[in-house]
Design a protein around this ligand. Sequence first.
Ligand code: UDP
Length: 330
Amino acid sequence: MSTVAWEFKEEHFRGKRALVTGAAGFLGSHLVDRLLACGCQVVGVDNLSTGNLQNLALAKESPLFSFYEADITGWSPPEDTFEFIFHLASPASPVDYRRLSIETMLVNSLGTKNLLDLALQRGAVFLLASTSEVYGDPLVHPQAETYWGNVNPTGLRACYDESKRFAEVLTMEYHRRYGLDVRIARIFNTYGPRMRPDDGRVVPNFIIQALRGEPLTVYGDGRQTRSFLYVADQIEGLVRLLAAPHAKGEVVNIGNPNETTILEFAKVVAELCGCEYRVEYSELPPDDPARRCPDVTKARQLLGWEPKTSLVDGLRETIAYFREILAGKD
Ligand code: UDP
């Protein structure tokens, strides 16, 4: 694929109406803020199973924003039309989707179908927030969109991995059968302010442990890798993917191509938190991917997108956020 000459313009969203599912979540709430800043009217929906209304404090000040607390597996918004639907509703951290395994499968299957039907009825462009988990424990590095993945279909992560894979193909079938304008973002590890302190993921765990002067809990030997993208870069990728006229029916990785081991990551977090580097090892959870790193050539060429925020800058913002949360708790 050669680079497409196209420039993203915020006007694409101005004066239009978007539905954002999972609006009170970490990514959903940042997306809502970004769309509002573009002058877009935003309808948010969330059942608050993993989301938090606090995340929408800024959005709620805008006359362009409205919110419904509802489960999207059987819900229809009263608004007549939407130009855009961003479908982000789903538990997304390994701890959350284990706890809510069946709910996760239902939101990604029935919920996705409900929203695809809505997109057809209301004439909306549909963006599915999918995941790097569709690649499972990948045997190919880095992972390009053409890789089919290596997923344990009945393992402890399957409720998420397989239901997102189902959501992807359902979305593609609506595109093939009905000509619906769809786009699929495969979201790799993303971090930033508004992550839940207790969502169990490595970023909040390490930062909170470091700020409390506790040892950082490394699962396994810490040589497994991830690549961490700052939330503002992720949101930029999502709005571009939805806006690009040539991205209809495309599947695009949005992630950071800089791969780091969990041990290296622990050292950076400890240093930026200004604490002594101490780790405590515990067992690696089953099916925990050994390596994960996106090939983002397609996002670069199709969307003119790339990560802008360094790990150090992004972590500084995130650490400041968790410092405030901890201060509020004391
Ligand atoms: N991890 C860790 N300590 C923690 C939490 C997670 O070592 O306190 C590891 C986890 O085993 C995985 C990586 O960090 O290898 C990223 O985990 P996370 O839950 O953030 O997301 P995942 O990428 O696995 O979906």
